[in-house]
Write a protein that binds this ligand. Sequence first.
Ligand code: ATP
Length: 303
Amino acid sequence: MTVLDIVDVSHAYGPKKVLNHVNLRVGAGQIMALIGPSGCGKSTLLRAILGTHPPTSGQVLVGESEVTSPNRDVGIVYQHYSLYDFLTARENVAFGLKLDQTSTPFRVFNYFAWRQLRKLHLEQADDFLEKVGLSAARDLYPNQMSGGMRQRVAIAQALIMQPKILLLDEPFGALDEAMREELQLMLLHLYAENVRARGEGLVPPHTIVMVTHELNEALFVSDRVVGLSQFHEDGANGATVVYDRPAPIFKPDEPKDISRFVEQKEELIRCIFSPKFQRDHRKFITFWDELEKQQNAQTASSS
Ligand SMILES: Nc1ncnc2c1ncn2[C@@H]1O[C@H](COP(=O)(O)OP(=O)(O)OP(=O)(O)O)[C@@H](O)[C@H]1O
């Protein structure tokens, strides 16, 4: 099931062309890492998906609808957390539901109904805090939490609104190595939840596109890696997709075995930075073919 369809998207800021005919389809439950040299247009692509900067040409579809402005189908978490300092973790997570489902007059004039709803929102917030491994911190205020914990609350805050797709723009960029690892583990847990849902015949709940500069992180936490680069075969300016392949899948309790992705990391670096490889870039856009092969092999082995 397709959640996001980027169809022939180009974008320019004035005369400066940044994206050049980007095509990308993302399926439900994929955790896709978006990688590319600094300034190549990754954030511009995220903004087009978010709807704050619709593309100059082409279309972005989330579900069946074209994205033309920010809407609740698309959530985003940035590098720097944006929590309310005067609310606890669970109140921060429940805040979006409060704004979405009630108004000030409702809360004043239907006090008892509001209290019931408030209780429900806080219970839902607890469920989402559990998903990001923060049950024990639900009553802490942001200034009582580490940077990694705050970022996990921000992710729970986005997830509770149940967006069709969640964008993470360098979400762990401001964190030290130990905290990054905590958050990487949290993403592996979300992916495991997708796998469980698929196994039960349900639509996997978390579809994520994450921009990161860290190639190890991209390959470790995602199931798909997309590389964007300035590609000039026909003399045009602007970035396009030069790499799109499955990433190795890790389970949360598995050690981070870097040797499993050393080769792929080198391939990715060459594709993104080397014009020689970019000339041949279609060779590395094989995600959907490889996925089909994997699925056929699984079906064959289980029958
Ligand atoms: N609002 C804007 N107006 C004009 N130029 C812009 C604007 N936003 C971005 N740019 C330019 O577009 C290009 C792509 O920027 P973008 O932020 O999308 O790249 P990026 O790949 O996310 O970069 P980084 O990895 O450094 O965050 C850059 O050259 C940038 O200077």
